[in-house]
Design a protein around this ligand. Sequence first.
Ligand code: FES
Length: 314
Amino acid sequence: MVFTYKCIDALSPYCPCYLAETQSCIVCSVLQGKDTCDCNWQGFCVYQEYIWNGRKKKNFRKALEVKISEKKVINENLAIFKVMLPLPASSRDFSQPGTFVFLKSLDSPSYFELPLCVMNANEDENSLIFAVQVIGPKTKSLVQENRGFLLRGPYFNGVLGLKHIKAAKGKNCLLIGRGIGQASLVLIAKALIRGENEIAALLDPGAINYNLAEDYLKKLNVAIKFFEKEYLVLGDIVLNLIKERNIEMIYSGGSDIQHDLVKSIIIQSSRKIDLVISNNALMCCGEGVCGSCAVTLGSEKIKFCKAQLENWGA
Ligand code: FES
């Protein structure tokens, strides 16, 4: 299978980036050091932007100091934070589905930075909500913080198949969230509601023992069902919902095992259903520079902090 992809940052204020300067652009063959132009045209020429910008990168994401205005310790595994963005930063720039940031507590060294999904963005108060599951030293240091964080972002590639969310209009959609994967459901639900889509959600508390997205989704009038920790049960529930609600798009927020299961159920249903999944690649820099998110697909190494697969789930 040949995989085609677009760069999530193309057409954003962050293109061209460091990869153009180092002849490593993921989409522009000229900015990869080749002689010929051979890109997967996105309606936008990265090379032209690079020339117009004086052969250098545009804006780069700087770390902002953000204040914690609310902290809820839900249980020993989970804390939820509300942080206030300092002007001129705007929470609107963090409200696209799949947006994530890198966070660290104020006194930790830079290698404590951790990628974290934006759970909700409130434009009236210029605030963001994050949920932190305690897993290791980085997450422990975040949940111990009471004053503020250093925040670097926004980064946009937290979900794969974003085009299906952006294009969805009047569709029947199903959101599936397990454990901390539920944090990504809220911005997706908001975007789908703007497109006048019908939404149902399936939630499992998973390892965090808490349904993070429940209150937010209820306020958005999303019909919610719960599933237990057994994936066999999930398979049956999803298949029934696909038939009952004539589901046309599914978002899976959770592990790769969950994504594979959902994909197999879609195949089993024999229906044309768009699949969107949470991006579980290991992120370290978010800029396409370190290579920690690279996955070999076919003959290519694809950097998943930048690449939106075009034919995922097709
Ligand atoms: S996270 Fe560093 S290259 Fe993708």
